[in-house]
Write a new protein. Sequence first.
Length: 532
Amino acid sequence: MAANPEHHDVLVVGAGFSGLYLLHRLRQRGLQAHLVDRAPSVGGTWYWNRYPGCRCDVESMTYSYSFDEELEQEWSWSARYADQPEILRYLNHVADRFDLRRDIQLETSVTAARWDEDASLWRVTTNHGEVTARWFVMATGCLSVPNTPRFPGLDRFAGAWYHTAAWPEDGVDFTGQRVGVVGTGSTGIQTIPQVAAQAEHLTVFQRTPNFSIPAWNGPMDPAAEAARKAIYRETRATARRGPTGDIWPESTSTALAVSAEEREAEYERRWHEGSFSFLSAFHDITTDEAANETAAEFVRNKIRATVTDPAVAELLCPYEHPLGTKRLCVDTDYYATYNRPNVTLVDIKHAPIEEITEAGLITGGTEYAFDSLIFATGFDGMTGALLAVDIRGRNDQSLRDLWAEGPHSYLGLTVHGFPNLFTMTGPGSPSVLSNMMTSIEQHVEWVDECIGHLSEQGQTTIEATPDAQADWDQQVHDEAYATLYPRAASWYMGANIPGKPRVFLPYIGGVGKYTEICADVAADGYRGFVVA
Ligand code: N01
């Protein structure tokens, strides 16, 4: 440990969308901010996830920064939904454009952080030694710790295996190979059509079928781009006010109050619009089981109409969870991929993977042989990256212990007992239920203004009160249980990680409502916090 650790006003962990913007804001305010990231590049999730087919399933003209009008006007996205290399280029451009790199230290992993009561600062341990900071911001993302299930025998597999979230930088050529993919969430659904087009044979191992809506992706239309740029300020404001952080209209009708024909027509219209707008076709889709079933059956019929083998189509039809309660997927040619002669779908719900062998894997007593195996098996969502660091607050309280039965937070941003710690898009915030960009910018601006306000007032600590935290935990729970979401064994519920507490993690009350609450808390002198 260094005798005199390097000191910063603010230490930010994570060089993704959130950390980069926060660094920029804090520096503009004259604070000395320092950003570290374990990766060799900026980009966060867009650095690590580089699997074939990886792209954003939120439209790029809303999944991009809004804080700088020149950037917004000058940057051109090549497609409606940009792919991973383009998003990574954008983030690198932002790092250069705002001269961020001089305060970014890469290949630096934070392993522990301890609140020093006497000095009122955080002591943060990294692989390069100790750093101290008055303010400590975990901008580590919601989906940063990959989940690789412990299939017995994985170490004896003679082929190559990959997790989609730790993809080789040089890519992988599957030409002529027999490939297996485990997992059919958003990632699997993006990568399966791409791998199928290259491999000699692809076998998909599906535990739970998912609902997927077509992206209708394509090259950016210059006229549409110009039209959107002309009204960028209005659309950004709409995104911030609405529940989803995006700009499609929310329906005020209920699905069962309209005729079957009207309902079908609206679903058809939204289907052809593409993406998550489908979930907003009627306002009760996520709260009323019967309403939800009408949307679910519409999608199942699309699957049946697309997939030529009726048995395969039926296997792809989700029945287990209401539509949307596991994150809706957005695809390009996903269901049609199962019409290819070189693609096989294997149900592992009823015959789980027994073991990985030298040649491949065994399920239902059958061995499937592969050259390569791909795990698109997701992440330890929302809490994984926060708990990967041994964070200790007042009285050496460990965050891991405090959250052993599920996370507690005030506004999803702060935790009682952990002064001056901010968890960007943390559990208890809208984050993953919204267009992340809208939520990230709202968090960055709130945290920056909070730190700025306190610094101007000569105040050095802010800490959530236990009452404010308990009240927020309750609100997060109540909002969730007024919907169908907790019925699904989803990663939103922590259900994908063995042993993880089943707690609904994000705040589902909507971005607009949440933003108002946060603004009101600040305007009310940081209500619910002790400031000293
Ligand atoms: O992960 P997932 P993901 N045996 O957890 C299966 C974001 N994202 O990486 O459903 C067998 O959704 C698991 O099965 P089941 C987005 O927020 C964004 O696909 O648990 N199978 C499931 O099929 C998304 O929601 C973009 O029964 C096992 C799959 O693996 C989030 O990332 C793109 C298994 C995991 O699905 C996570 O998506 C991609 C086991 N032991 C992702 N364990 C954008 O475009 C897991 N599975 C912005």
